[in-house]
Design a protein around this ligand. Structure first.
Ligand SMILES: [Mg+2]
Length: 285
């Protein structure tokens, strides 16, 4: 169950972070911000080491929360999935790009209506926040990871953008890793819209500063306490760049060894998978 075979790459060894450096990074971490797809599971399958990592983190006195950029699902879907894996999680410890978007739009675009290109779950989240999400004459356009995308929705969105309304991306990921490969995500749909209208807009999930600020506010953590762990360089890792937060890249999802050799995202550490962190956490407990 791997997207790519990092184990047999001839340059893997030079990439992996030495244990002493990893141990120092873990020692300074108060709270892990864990990605989901490609980090603890792939598609519907939990990685075999995921629960041992969580147990080791807890025993070492580390807090962890979840943050996913995937705006196609509802938080309840994720909490159910985690519970189904035997990982009971409270809503307080589960955050997603949609939360950041609703928090920001609720403050900065208060009282306005949206045309949301998104799944029924994303529409339900807007309804829950008291924001009209299906107004074809809306004040702004929101684009999420819409696995129910239709041409009709795109036409309305592009008309609104051409009429000068702003665009907001809930998340900017180009692809979502799934078992067997990738499916196009919101960033790819945004590229289509930009090609048609010339309009693009800010996003709310990882790697944005808005997202980091939201996580700090929700957790009460200091920036330097946070270590992001994820499989994608331009979101999970890039969010910590230029901040006091830290990042650890795992190779169980999107990023390949070759990506790591050429990136400027500069993770603080690179490991094969969460499994590499378990013995170091156990040493500390
Ligand atoms: Mg991921």
């Amino acid at each position: 169950m791997k997207i790519h075979d990092y184990e047999s790459h001839p340059r893997l060894a030079e990439l992996l972070t030495p244990p002493d450096k990893l141990a120092a990074l873990l020692a300074g971490t108060g709270c892990f911000v864990l990605d989901m797809d490609g980090t603890i599971y792939l598609g519907g399958t939990l990685f075999p080491f995921a629960k041992d990592f969580l147990a080791a983190a807890a025993t070492a006195g580390k807090r962890y929360i979840w943050f996913t950029n995937n705006s196609s699902r509802a938080p309840e879907d994720y909490l159910e999935r985690l519970a189904g894996f035997g990982i009971p999680t409270s809503r307080r410890d589960f955050l997603m790009s949609t939360d950041v978007a609703l928090d920001w739009l609720g403050r900065e675009r208060a009282g306005e209506t949206a045309w949301v290109v998104g799944t029924p779950q994303l529409h339900a989240a807007f309804a829950g926040a008291g924001i009209v999400s299906d107004d074809p004459r809306a004040d702004y356009v929101v684009l999420g990871f819409d696995t129910t995308l239709t041409y009709a929705k795109l036409v309305v969105a592009c008309d609104l953008l051409r009429a000068g309304r702003p665009l907001y991306l809930v998340n900017m990921d180009y692809n979502c890793p799934v078992e067997g490969g990738f499916i196009p995500d919101a960033g790819s749909m945004a590229a289509l819209i930009e090609r048609s209208t010339g309009v693009t807009g800010p996003s709310f999930g990882k790697p944005t500063r808005t997202c980091l600020d939201y996580i700090l506010k929700q957790t009460g953590c200091r920036e330097a306490d946070l270590t992001f762990i994820g499989d994608r360089l331009y979101t999970d890792i890039a969010i910590a760049r230029g901040t006091r937060a830290h990042s650890i890249l795992v190779l169980t999802g999107e990023a390949t060894v070759d990506d790591c050799l050429t990136t400027d995202a500069a993770p603080d550490a690179i490991v094969r998978s969460l499994a590499d962190l378990i013995p170091l956490l156990e040493e500390r407990s």
